[in-house]
Design a binder for this molecule. Structure first.
Ligand code: TYD
Ligand code: MG
Length: 457
């Protein structure tokens, strides 16, 4: 018989200790440790088996043996299929995180309906809303005629019992994992122990039945998927759905994928009738350009393996403050400081008495260092009051010495620029040949770019 005792679990990282403490030693968070009744071994309780069985002898496989191609369940939402690596893998578990209200439930309901329309059995379990709410949303999405099985339930045992009551579904959506509870664990719903035990039971269901299970996970203030990080380790793929709530576009990104690449990005636009797929994101992001004003530069960026053109806007204005303002949206603040320092120190551009605002248009977040050159171009253009040519794109990384460094995927960026009608590209040395119709012009030093944009200083 398992010995019953209390244990103390950090609600931020899932670390278990035997004593209460104000601060978790594992993750350093304060006031996150709560007492939970220890269930000796959740695994054992769930399977009813003890782990003391004798092991089997395995036949070892060589590395060059032919691999059976993992079958895929294509959902029909191609941006979703792209991120999962060509469709859902039967028996796999996917965790989807994202801010509240960003559109996770909408995306999954549309995906569920699309798959059901292809004749697959799909079950959608909501623990957050009433069935009527989901039905209303389905009506709004034009998905109410598809044969998705819907249930509002939070008990894991009931959910699994229901799923086992018919032929195994191809896809089960659980919205969300934080609302579930299982009698295996005694903690209250939403705690680390409950989330972990519920996820474990559903993942085991997926493996045994061959159904793909998608778990929705909430995101905390600092962007982590709430609950234990262990759930991220337990599932086969972790996707995040992100975007700026005040803009319409949404990105679906993979951060872990056991069956495919993690660098693919799905692009959607939130409309009155749900999410629509965006096949050519650059057109969306360049849609509302103001080409005649100084301070705007088009960055030829990459999202995953897909080129994405986006406008970078800068405003440089004399400051009346002792410490001038620096504000940046959609880019890294410390990277902006670095570009400003290089412009001052290496190119003699006086900026320390100016307020500087930088924004990536459309609410996109850029993480690539390749955006340095476009940011610099926008800053120089605004500082000099000279508009940049409207049909030129920029990409390249800037080093502290003021050199412009090569970045990956130069050809893909140039091709995309040429496809969208851009006639020129300012690029690092040796970035590659001209793509048809888009002439490259190399800059080796940031100072050269300053002279080109503002020849009279
Ligand atoms: P939802 O899918 O409920 O977000 P999540 O599950 O991530 O919390 O989406 C909620 C938002 O999406 C809500 O603000 C309204 C908006 N929305 C639309 O703009 N169009 C639509 O067709 C739907 C269904 C929702
Ligand atoms: Mg939701």
């Amino acid at each position: 018989m398992a010995r019953r005792a209390s244990r103390f679990v950090c609600q931020a990282c899932g670390a278990v200790t035997t004593r209460w403490a104000g601060r978790c030693e594992a993750c350093g968070e304060w006031n996150t440790i709560t007492e939970e009744a220890a269930t000796e071994d959740i695994m054992t309780a769930a399977t009813g088996k003890t782990s003391r069985t004798k092991g089997r002898r395995l036949a070892l496989t060589s590395l060059d043996e032919p691999i059976p191609e993992a079958p895929r369940i294509v959902t029909g939402i191609s941006e979703f299929d792209r991120v999962t690596g060509g469709g859902l893998v039967p028996g796999s578990a996917i965790l989807i995180g994202g801010d509240p209200g960003i559109g996770k439930s909408t995306l999954l309901l549309q995906t569920a309906a699309a798959l059901a329309n292809r004749g697959a059995r799909v079950v959608y379990v909501t623990g957050e809303e009433a069935t009527a709410q989901v039905q209303l949303r389905a009506r709004r999405l034009g998905a109410d005629r598809s044969s998705v099985g819907l249930a509002a339930e939070t008990s894991v045992e009931t959910i699994i019992e229901t799923l086992q009551g018919g032929p195994p579904p191809a896809l089960v959506v659980i919205d969300s994992i934080q609302t579930l509870h299982t009698s295996i664990a005694e903690a209250s719903p939403g705690t680390v122990t409950q989330v972990r035990a519920s996820a474990q039971a559903l993942i085991r269901y997926a493996k045994l039945s061959g159904a793909a299970v998608i778990l929705v996970g909430h995101v905390t203030k600092d962007g982590q998927i709430a609950g234990p990080r262990v759930v991220e380790h337990m599932v086969d793929a972790v996707l995040t759905f992100e975007g700026d709530p005040s803009h319409a576009f949404r990105l679906l990104r993979g951060s872990k994928n056991r069956f495919g690449p993690t660098d693919e990005v799905g692009v959607f636009e939130m409309t009155g009738g749900g999410l629509s797929e965006v096949q050519n994101p650059s057109e969306l992001f360049l849609g509302e350009r103001d080409i005649s004003s100084p301070g705007a530069a088009v960055f030829a960026g990459m999202e995953g393996t897909r080129p994405l053109l986006v406008e970078i806007q800068a405003l440089v204005a004399p400051s009346r403050l002792g410490t001038p303002r620096r504000a940046v949206i959609g880019w890294d603040g410390s990277r902006l400081s670095m570009v400003l320092a290089v412009l001052e120190a290496r190119c003699g551009l006086a900026l320390s008495t100016h307020d500087i605002y930088l924004a990536v248009a459309g609410g996109l977040r850029i993480a690539e260092p390749a955006a340095d050159l476009a940011v610099a171009a926008a800053l120089i253009s605004s500082r000099a009051g000279v508009a940049l040519p409207a049909d030129v794109v920029y990409f390249g990384e800037i080093s502290l010495s003021g050199r412009v460094r090569a970045v990956p995927h130069a050809n893909g960026r140039l091709k995309e620029a040429s496809k969208l009608g851009f006639r020129g590209a300012i690029v690092p040395p040796l970035a590659g040949a001209d793509a048809d119709g888009c002439a490259t012009s190399e800059v080796a030093l940031l100072g050269d770019l300053v002279h080109r944009i503002a020849p009279d200083g």
